[in-house]
Design a protein around this ligand. Structure first.
Ligand SMILES: NC(=O)c1ccc[n+]([C@@H]2O[C@H](COP(=O)([O-])OP(=O)(O)OC[C@H]3O[C@@H](n4cnc5c(N)ncnc54)[C@H](OP(=O)(O)O)[C@@H]3O)[C@@H](O)[C@H]2O)c1
Length: 248
């Protein structure tokens, strides 16, 4: 085991781009060293790591893995500890998201949606628990407001995020008082590249009291707050949705 690194260390899954990359930048700016997990976005993750290294040498590590690989969670935690000697925060951000209309669903789709949204987050948390206990650390899971509501034609995604929400509460109970476990449930933040047509996006925003989509920074700020500034908060899922879940 290398000497214990002087900055707290956060492992963020799916950190190569989009919301995960902004979470990594935000935690890094707040003084964390970051482990940038990626699968296909290796080049983006390497570019982000280079940017962070210019600000603080030795403060980042890129690890590549498909979270459907059953060995991936243990590998990611072991590689983090081998490099930095500590782990203070786990952010389960990586997520598959695609429609699965009833009547068309395959077991492969089930496995893909559950692997990144539920299975890997649990086994990452399990592998990380001894180090997180030693650090009195915390976990934040990126859930979704659709863990509790139905999203048309996305039953498996909703079910997988519901499992992640249940895991947030179950592990908060089981890992207290050493490790806090919370979730952030974004509303509309970044549309998937093959996502909703413009008119549907505008209709969704019209139903959002804050009258805008959230930014990745809105989500990242909530993650940082739950990790660093909320020592008496555990088992909670914070909606960062511009008030969208207030309306029926
Ligand atoms: N964007 C939104 O408006 C919104 C709304 C509600 C909830 N959320 C939640 O917030 C989080 C971030 O959202 P996002 O839109 O930024 O996510 P995203 O772009 O859809 O996905 C993030 C990353 O997940 C990784 N990933 C997917 N399957 C994987 C697998 N099997 N193994 C390893 N990595 C895998 C991908 O990494 P690679 O590119 O490296 O392959 C991808 O870049 C997600 O958990 C999402 O469900 C987002």
């Amino acid at each position: 085991m290398p000497p214990r690194h002087d900055r707290p260390v956060a492992l963020i899954t799916g950190a190569g781009k989009r919301v995960g990359a902004v979470i990594a930048r935000t935690l890094h700016a707040a003084g964390y060293s970051v482990v940038l997990h990626c699968r296909r976005s290796r080049d983006e993750a390497a570019a982000l790591a280079a940017e962070l290294e210019r600000a603080c040498a030795g403060s980042s590590l890129v690890l590549q893995a498909d979270l459907a690989d059953l060995q991936a969670p243990t590998m990611l935690v072991d590689a983090t500890l081998a490099h930095f000697g500590r782990l203070d925060a786990l952010v389960n951000n990586a997520s598959a998201f695609f429609p699965t209309p009833v009547g068309t669903v395959t077991v492969e789709q089930w496995n893909e949606l559950f692997a990144s949204n539920a299975q890997a987050p649990f086994f990452l948390a399990q592998a990380a628990t001894p180090a997180l206990r030693a650090a009195q650390g915390a976990i934040v899971n990126l859930v979704d407001i659709y863990a509790e509501r139905a999203l048309a034609n996305h039953p498996l995604y909703c079910m997988a995020k519901a499992a992640l929400a249940a895991m947030t509460r179950a592990l908060a109970l089981d890992l207290a008082p050493d490790v806090r476990v919370n979730g952030v449930a974004p509303g509309a933040v970044l549309w998937p590249s093959d996502g909703k047509p413009y008119d549907d996006q505008q209709a969704m925003l019209a139903r959002t009291p804050m009258q805008r989509a959230g930014s990745p920074e809105d989500v990242a700020g909530a993650v940082l707050w739950l990790l660093r500034d909320a020592p008496y908060v555990t088992g909670q899922i914070l909606n960062v949705d511009g008030g969208r879940t207030l309306a029926v």
